[in-house]
Design a protein around this ligand. Structure first.
Ligand code: ADE
Length: 232
């Protein structure tokens, strides 16, 4: 019996992520108990009466910094209940998120994703509590919520059984460092735009060969860096 993977997301804006979690494939994965995703409002762990969780940085720098105590209280409340394989912090200076990392994280039983905000979080949290720092790309978002949503989506969809046909997650672009071949559906001729003849032939082996050739050609043309990566 499979135990659902559990993802706990700590954020100051849970409503930013809430809608997305309950929709479509991710919503269905939860209903089918393949994944369990919990949102925690960091302000519920604030120590100050005004529920603020940030303060001015030491050293007179600009911006606000998220304080240690609310984050520590929230993470401690979670880790007191179960073991976590990773405690992740979303930050533009983290390790680049990619398909292999999504695959690897999907094998975890329990993970925490802490969404960064403001100018950052007190560095002591990163040194003492965080086990993995992750960026979704070389650009700066206003907060880590969208990064947490992107990661959750990519992780949950590769959990076995989440996508109807398991083969379809395996044939995604980036699995095997190759972009996927193009796909088509009916009608076979739309305004004179024709579907490649081979796909209508019913010749399985030839279609497979076409798919591989297309996949290689598109990767060579659009993302040659992936082919280099695959050789390493
Ligand atoms: N927070 C702000 N920008 C980010 C990024 N690019 N990746 C992850 N977290 C972030």
């Amino acid at each position: 019996m499979n135990v659902a993977m559990r993802i706990d997301i700590i954020t100051v804006i849970p409503q930013l992520i809430e809608g997305f979690l309950n929709e479509s494939i991710i919503g269905r994965a939860q209903k089918r108990e393949l994944a369990e995703i919990h949102l925690h409002n960091l302000r519920d762990y604030a120590v100050r009466k005004d529920r603020r969780i940030d303060d001015y940085p030491f050293g007179g720098f600009a911006g606000m910094v998220m304080q240690c105590e609310p984050i520590d209280r929230c993470i401690s409340a979670l880790t007191a209940q179960r073991h976590y394989d990773e405690i992740i912090f979303t930050t533009p200076d983290g390790q680049q998120f990619d398909q292999p990392m999504a695959n690897e994280l999907s094998l975890c039983e329990n993970i925490i994703i802490l969404c960064g905000h403001y100018k950052g979080i007190d560095y002591r949290i990163r040194e003492h509590l965080i086990t993995k720092e992750v960026s979704i790309g070389d650009y700066v978002l206003t907060g880590g919520e969208l990064a947490a949503a992107v990661m959750t989506d990519a992780i949950v969809r590769v959990i076995p059984g989440v996508i109807g046909d398991e083969q379809s997650a395996l044939s995604d672009s980036f699995q095997d460092n190759l972009l996927a071949a193009p796909v088509y559906t009916r009608p076979a001729d739309y305004r004179g735009w024709k579907v490649p003849e081979i796909l209508l032939s019913g010749h399985e082996a030839k279609i497979k060969e076409w798919e591989i050739q297309q996949s290689l050609e598109r990767t060579q043309r659009l993302r040659p860096d992936l082919l280099e990566k695959g050789k390493r």
